[in-house]
Design a protein around this ligand. Structure first.
Ligand SMILES: Nc1ncnc2c1ncn2[C@@H]1O[C@H](COP(=O)(O)OP(=O)(O)O)[C@@H](O)[C@H]1O
Ligand SMILES: [Mg+2]
Length: 317
């Protein structure tokens, strides 16, 4: 991908219609090697789906070029399509009334698979996603995880060398998600090139050799999970679990000397505040001063994780 841009033009409002331009992708340069398992990581709305849809020839770039296996995704879209498979998160595109087998047969016909090979190939992909033996069951009774594996099977039918997965484990239960991840790393072992998007840090960390972090349509960092972690290795994180920390107190925390970022997560009724800083020596004391009158359950220091690196990157800390 070179200088990739994509702007959406929409209108909002019903009475007074306004034109709205959303710059979803604003200049992405990225090269992914053959056989690599690459992760595009970023929060919701960062532009991951937009990027991957351009790679899959499903969306035209506003400007810039996209090449897949040396082929131009715009002018040679048909050739590209034959060589790629994609699985998007969410749960559309399967026919509930049909069995798993019939769903795959439908897509096999769509992909123009050799009819003589079709039955065997469907058997193979069902085997590879661990669904052999249940192919006669209707999809309507399948769990989210089972559906997702069927989606994966669909993406593999024509045995493409390049695969795209957009949030492959979203909405899948933890056991199913682990199986999906195993399947994806198995694909790489079989020589496939895989690009996946996720907003789960640990997923990118456990699966990918290289990650690009994308935020507001731009790549803000890229490298191995280790590279990204080293960017925050000189920091410490003070974690506070408390009740009722107000916005003014958070704003004052952000202004303390050495503080790089302050993030808040809600856990049941409590707030978990993570304060990343370069200099933690006096920080805990200063934070406690700011928290007078607040019920603090727990305060402690820890090493930064990849998650913290990610937070720092996407919040500009
Ligand atoms: N079809 C669309 N029309 C208008 N805006 C869109 C459309 N699809 C996505 N967007 C906007 O583009 C931005 C990037 O979206 P997306 O690529 O889906 O991000 P991600 O997959 O990282 O969550 C968001 O601000 C989103 O609201
Ligand atoms: Mg998305």
């Amino acid at each position: 991908m070179r200088g990739l841009h994509r702007t959406y033009r929409t209108t909002v409002g019903t009475l007074r219609r306004r034109r709205l331009e959303v710059e979803a992708v604003r200049g992405i340069d990225l090269e992914i090697g053959r056989g690599e398992l690459f992760g595009l990581l970023g929060p919701n709305g960062a532009g991951k789906t937009t990027t991957i849809r351009m790679l899959c020839t499903l969306l035209l770039p506003t400007s810039g070029t996209v090449r897949v296996l040396g082929l131009d995704a715009v002018t040679q879209a048909r050739e590209v399509r034959r060589r790629i498979g994609y699985v998007f998160g969410g749960d559309r595109g399967l026919y509930d009334r049909l069995s798993a087998y019939d769903n795959l047969r439908y897509f096999a016909e769509l992909y123009a698979l050799d009819p003589r090979r079709m039955r065997a190939r469907i058997g193979e992909v069902l085997e590879s996603v661990g669904r052999a033996g249940r192919e006669k069951e209707r999809v309507e009774g399948f769990s989210r995880g089972m559906r997702q594996r069927l989606h994966l099977a669909r993406g593999l039918l024509h045995d493409p060398p390049v695969l795209f997965f957009d949030e492959p484990t979203i909405g899948v239960d933890p056991v199913g998600a682990r199986e999906v991840r195993q399947l994806i790393s198995g694909l790489q072992e079989r020589g496939k090139t895989v690009l996946l998007t996720t907003h789960y840090m640990f997923e990118a960390d456990s699966l990918c050799q290289r990650i690009a972090v994308i935020s507001r349509g731009r790549i803000v960092a890229s490298g191995s999970p280790r590279d990204l972690k080293s960017a925050v290795s000189d920091r410490t994180v003070v974690e506070i679990e408390a009740y009722g920390i107000g916005e003014p107190a958070l704003a004052r925390m952000r202004q303390l000397p050495g503080v790089e970022s302050v993030t808040v997560e809600n856990k049941d009724q409590a707030q978990v505040v993570s304060v990343q800083s370069r200099d933690s020596v006096q920080l805990t004391g200063r934070l406690m001063e700011l928290l007078q009158g607040v019920r603090v359950e727990r305060i402690g220091t820890r090493e930064p994780t990849l998650e913290d690196a990610y937070v720092a990157l996407v919040t500009g800390g």
